[in-house]
Design a protein around this ligand. Structure first.
Ligand SMILES: NC(=O)c1ccc[n+]([C@@H]2O[C@H](COP(=O)([O-])OP(=O)(O)OC[C@H]3O[C@@H](n4cnc5c(N)ncnc54)[C@H](OP(=O)(O)O)[C@@H]3O)[C@@H](O)[C@H]2O)c1
Length: 327
């Protein structure tokens, strides 16, 4: 049976990847920082087929030996783990850059050690978007790279962490003859399987409740590229399974302004505490997923994402009055 490992298995995106792999008959290894943390990882054990085919391993990204143990016997690794900040970053080196960059290097070294055949590294659209040289009116494709020095100068540590990690991962693949493919998702939305709340879901929730909405009734009207977490998991598996995949892949479905997004939410689920005033914020990020679509990827309508997401928040009790969120 095909055996693969997913890093950071309990996270938002990784949980959907694990669920998809289990549904397709894979034996799945998952790395988590604390297998006994039921709040973070308990949902994984409840996934269909998990009892027979999911095994969790304790591994921080900075623990090479533990990663080696988790990858043993695996033909593929889907490297999803990397910190996604939901607030102020006080020590970027320790909180973001080390786990993203050294962590990815450890993952790749451990892949080589375990004779893994193919690695998919989940990067980010932020590894393309912070590129002041790209013409504003031109659709962005995989040839765009975030300018690392510029990202550093504006203290966009997340973009810097993802860009350096991705550049080094692709380089590592070439140098060590390891099949490394990267995928760059835009803003990921959709239902959550985990019971903690990840950074992007927290922002979507803040559109419906004013708890944690810094501007109160006022919100920035940003044009943002989105992708559904379930479509992204399909893309990760597609890139992994397709023998012709190579290089990097943008994974993004829709470009929507916040106002339009909120209005869609409100038209389908009225009565929540939606923001009322939108202040214009310039900047466009037209991303092309043509390369991924040519590989066979397709995505669901945005309305379906919004409906499923809000129903999921309702089921989890997140929209109840007085319910506040941990960061
Ligand atoms: N959400 C988005 O919009 C988006 C967009 C583009 C790319 N991505 C990328 O997608 C991946 C997953 O993000 P997500 O949205 O699913 O966020 P998430 O739920 O916060 O997942 C992040 C995962 O990384 C793990 N992690 C962080 N630091 C680690 C370390 N030092 N050692 C081991 N594991 C560590 C976390 O483990 P713990 O549970 O132990 O903290 C968690 O499982 C990341 O690579 C992110 O950059 C996300």
């Amino acid at each position: 049976m095909k055996r693969v490992c997913v890093t950071g298995a309990g996270g938002y995106i990784a949980s959907w990847v694990v669920k998809l792999l289990l549904s397709k008959g894979y034996m799945v290894h998952g790395t988590v920082r604390d297998p006994c943390d039921e709040k973070k990882n308990g949902h994984l054990k409840k996934l269909e087929n998990a009892e027979e085919r999911l095994k969790l391993f304790k591994a921080d990204l900075l623990e090479y030996e533990n990663l080696c143990a988790a990858f043993e016997g695996c033909i593929g690794v889907l490297h999803v783990a990397s910190p996604v900040p939901s607030g102020h970053v006080s020590n970027p080196q320790v909180e973001l850059l080390d786990p993203a960059i050294s962590g990815t290097q450890n993952v790749l070294n451990a892949c080589l050690n375990a004779k893994v055949e193919k690695v998919v590294v989940v990067s980010s659209a932020s590894a393309l978007l912070v590129n002041p040289k790209w013409p504003l009116d031109q659709e962005m494709d995989e040839s765009s790279w975030t300018d690392v020095e510029y990202a550093k100068s504006i203290q966009h540590w997340y973009a810097m962490s993802k860009t350096v990690a991705e550049i080094e991962a692709l380089e590592y693949g070439k140098q060590h003859d390891l099949n490394v493919v990267t995928i760059c998702p835009s803003w990921v939305v959709g239902p959550m399987l985990q019971s903690t709340i990840n950074a992007t879901s927290l922002i979507l929730l803040s559109y419906m409740k004013d708890e944690g909405r810094p501007g109160g009734d006022t919100i920035e009207n940003v044009e943002r590229p989105y992708v559904d977490v379930r479509d992204l998991s399909e893309a990760i598996l597609l890139v992994y399974e397709n023998p012709t995949s190579s290089g990097r892949y943008i994974c993004s479905s829709y470009l929507v302004k916040t106002k339009e997004f909120v209005e869609k939410m409100e038209s389908m689920f009225p009565g929540h505490n939606y923001p009322k005033i939108f202040t214009e914020k310039s900047g466009r990020a037209v991303l092309s997923s043509k390369k991924l679509v040519n590989l066979g990827w397709s995505y669901r309508p945005l309305e379906e994402t919004i409906i499923d997401t809000i129903k999921n928040y309702e089921e989890l009790g997140l929209l109840e009055k007085g319910r506040s969120f941990p960061s």
